[in-house]
Design a protein around this ligand. Structure first.
Ligand code: IMP
Length: 204
C-alpha cells in the first residue's frame, strides 16, 4: 500500500484532502504530522505559495522518509500588489482571528475601485527531499465592500465568485469544494497519483 504524508496538523485540512484524494486510489494510505514522528514544525519562510509548499514537502519527506504532500494557500489582491499573499494567515498580526483579518482588508480597500482578487493554492509532493511534482490552483473573484454569508472560513465572506454571484461564504461547502483554488490544485494531484506518480521507479 502506498503511503502519503500530508504536511499538516490541521484536522479540517486533512479531512478535506482525504475527501479529494480518496478517489485517487483505494490503496493510498493518508497520514498527517500527528500520526508520525516528524520533529519540530518547519517555518513558512518562502516568498511564494509554491516555495512554502516545496519547503514543507521537502523537509518532512526528508525527516520521515515518507512521500509527502505540502501545501500553502492564501489571497492575492490586485490593488494591494498581491498582498496579503503568503502572509494571508498573519495579515492582522500573530494573535488575530478571521474577523480581524477581514476587518483589516475592508479597511485597506475602503477607497479602492479595483476589487480584483484571487485565491491561490500551491501543492508540492516530495520524496526523500526532492520534489516529484508541483501544482497550482487559482480562482478569480472580487472583494466586496461588506461581508456576505456565514459559511466557509478566512476571507470567504468578502470573496465574490462572479459566475455564481455569491461569496464563498454563501456557497454550500460541497459547491465551494468543487470550484475552489484547493480543488483545482488537488484535482491535478489526484490525476498525478492515478497515473502512477507515486510508484517507485528503478534508479537505472
Ligand atoms: P494556510 O494555507 O493554512 O497557510 O492558510 C493561509 C490563509 O489563507 C488562511 O488562514 C486563510 O486566511 C486564507 N485562505 C486560504 N484558503 C482560503 C479559503 O478557501 N477561504 C478563505 N480564506 C482562505
Amino acid at each position: 500500500m502506498t503511503a502519503l504524508l500530508l504536511a499538516t496538523r490541521n484536522r479540517g485540512k486533512k479531512r478535506e484532502l482525504e475527501h479529494f484524494l480518496s478517489a485517487a486510489g483505494a490503496s493510498l494510505r493518508l497520514l498527517s504530522l500527528d500520526d508520525v514522528a516528524a520533529g519540530e514544525d518547519i517555518e513558512e519562510t518562502g516568498g511564494t505559495f509554491a516555495e512554502n509548499a516545496r519547503l514543507k514537502a521537502g523537509h518532512y519527506s526528508r525527516v520521515t522518509g515518507l512521500d509527502t504532500l505540502g501545501d500553502d494557500s492564501g489571497l492575492e489582491v490586485a490593488a494591494l500588489g498581491g498582498r496579503p499573499g503568503v502572509l494571508s494567515a498573519r495579515y492582522a498580526g500573530p494573535g488575530a482571528g478571521d474577523g480581524e483579518r477581514v476587518a483589516k482588508l475592508l479597511d485597506e480597500m475602503r477607497d479602492v475601485a479595483d476589487r480584483r482578487a484571487r485565491f491561490v493554492s500551491a501543492v508540492c509532493i516530495s520524496r526523500r527531499g526532492a520534489a516529484l511534482a508541483q501544482f497550482v490552483g487559482t480562482v478569480e473573484g472580487l472583494i466586496l465592500r461588506e461581508k456576505r454569508g456565514a459559511g466557509g472560513f478566512g476571507y470567504d465572506p468578502l470573496f465574490l465568485f462572479p459566475p455564481l454571484c455569491r461569496t464563498f461564504a454563501e456557497l454550500p461547502l460541497a459547491e465551494k469544494n468543487r470550484i475552489s483554488h484547493r480543488a483545482r490544485a488537488l484535482e491535478q494531484v489526484r490525476e498525478f497519483i492515478r497515473r502512477g506518480g507515486l510508484e517507485e521507479r528503478p534508479l537505472v
